[in-house]
Design a protein around this ligand. Sequence first.
Ligand code: ZN
Ligand code: ZN
Length: 355
Amino acid sequence: MRARRLTRLGLRMLMAWMIALLWGCASPGPVYRNSDGQVVDKPWSEVMAWLLQAWYQGLPPPPGRHLQGGQFPVIRDPEVGRDLPVDQLAVTWLGHASTLIRVGGQRILTDPQFSLRASPLSWAGTARSVPNPYALHELGHIDLVLISHNHYDHLDEASVLALSRQPGGSPQFIVPQGLETWFQSRGMGRVQSLGWWQSAEFGPLQVQAVPASHWSARGLSDHNKSHWAGWVLRAGERSVYFAGDTAYSDDFKAIRDRVGAVELALLPVGAYEPRTFMKDQHVNPDEAVKIHQDVGARLSIGIHWGTFELSDEPLDAPMATLPAARARAGLPDDAFQLLRHGETRLLPKEPMASD
Ligand code: ZN
Ligand code: ZN
């Protein structure tokens, strides 16, 4: 037990050292910023203090308090590979920020992460705690992939390469500004980048990039060299907002003002403790509820939880903290929900009348 904790501390220290290098060795040239003009920047001392304190306190505690049998249930939906009529909308949670959206007769993936680890190393780093509910081929032909930013828990090289080689041809990848070269240099040519508020048409779909408050880095010299974004997807009367990774900010009221209320919002609810360290990059459930209200979502589904242990709260914490946040805000239980891994939610056929 002690050896495991020491190993985990060692690996976290290694990651912290790499983060420190990222911030210390950023190459010259322009960097992308949040909408308030700020960049997220954590001093090395703060990263180390967090990791040491988490280790000393044995954080995060193992999940299980809110799970029957101590395990996350994994759903195998036999219909997940089936095409839906063009006027229907369904979302399947695949774990973490990966979802399958079926709308407009198209199949769209958000931040596909199907690998064992969310890490630059195949042999070390944060391993998934819950298996993938589906093999890639079970999800059917993917038409479009939306990437929020380049962190390893959102942009997984093996997953996007596998998608680019799917039978029937590569999906269209849509990425934030500056990230297209990463795809092109790996031979993935069906990629288009969009700056915040820009939009593009893909068959029956309209895709629009919207702001988020976060940061980016994968290597030693690319800190904030590519942008981060949320995405609003429209097909006819139906609309979906995928927030990616974000802190709370005024961006969400601006999104409502510029794109109107959305039908379905996929909002992060995990990896939020300790707040002193995480509040500049990840919302907690109370802030996710505020985003739900700001963007005028009819239904929100919590993502970015329950799969990769990235922070100090237990992996199953949102099962208790999201309902509490929802109740504090006076939201009905069915307005903002969590799905089980692999579970599909089919939205009622009539899109909501947006106000
Ligand atoms: Zn991130
Ligand atoms: Zn993330």
